[in-house]
Ligand binder design. Structure first.
Ligand SMILES: O=C(CO)[C@H](O)[C@H](O)COP(=O)(O)O
Length: 222
């Protein structure tokens, strides 16, 4: 099943409630919350208070992507705030299986993310424990960047490993995804699509989300 999870990083934060309502109207399957600490990535964004506030107004799946050092210290806070899924970066994990376990013990979906330059081999002994693997298709930190073309091979390699080893984690991709390249990443094996500026920077967000999802579903049936 393919899912569209727009990233609210590209939203106008002054009008965030409106943007999220529009995403729901447009049929988004959840919202992707990019948490940045200014250390792991060179930007600072939002935290648990934002997740709590959003969740108190709207019942949408909250996919929280922690682009931070020491993610273990914040799992509890994001869980209490209303996250449904937490993604942590393999690059900062000292005990990845322990971190996955902490997330799952909070009753949440657990996902592991890899930066573009991080090889899939770091997942060899942990991918069976993850509900989802996120392959970053830009260097994380900012919305509106260009998709890195070599990531298509990385997605296809992960899909091959997943099928060969009989795992059923979702393959999520994030960064530079547009109407023009979404079919290619889906054909390579991605089934959970994060996109920010391609939807949030459009004048009619609901229509942009609906069009994007329709385009994805068409691609999935082709
Ligand atoms: O994680 C991110 C950046 O680190 C964003 O989710 C991602 O870049 C989405 O924005 P866009 O679709 O505009 O690239």
């Amino acid at each position: 099943m393919v899912k569209l999870i727009p990233s609210i990083l590209s939203a106008d934060f002054f009008d965030l409630g409106h943007a999220i309502n529009e995403l729901q109207k447009g049929g988004a399957d959840g919202i992707h919350v990019d948490v940045m600490d200014g250390h792991f990535v060179p930007n600072i964004s939002m935290g648990p208070m934002m997740v709590k506030s959003i969740k108190s107004h709207i019942n949408m799946f909250m996919d929280v992507h922690l682009m931070i050092d020491n993610p273990d210290e914040y799992i509890d806070a994001f869980s209490k705030a209303g996250a449904d899924s937490i993604t942590v970066h393999a690059e900062v994990l000292r005990h990845p299986l322990r971190t996955i376990d902490i997330i799952k013990r909070n009753g949440l979906k657990a996902a592991i993310a890899l930066n573009p330059a991080t090889p899939l081999s770091v997942l060899d002994y942990i991918m069976d424990a993850a509900d989802m693997i996120l392959l970053m298709t830009v260097n994380p930190g900012f919305g509106g960047q260009q998709f890195i073309p070599s990531m298509l091979d990385k997605i296809a390699d992960l899909k091959r490993i997943k099928d060969n080893r009989g795992f059923n984690f979702d393959i999520q991709i994030d960064g530079g995804i547009t109407m023009d390249n979404v079919h290619a990443v889906m054909a390579a094996g991605a089934n959970v699509i994060v996109t920010g500026s391609a939807i949030l920077n459009q004048p009619d967000i609901a229509e942009a989300a609906a069009d994007f999802k329709y385009n994805m579903l068409r691609g999935a049936m082709a």
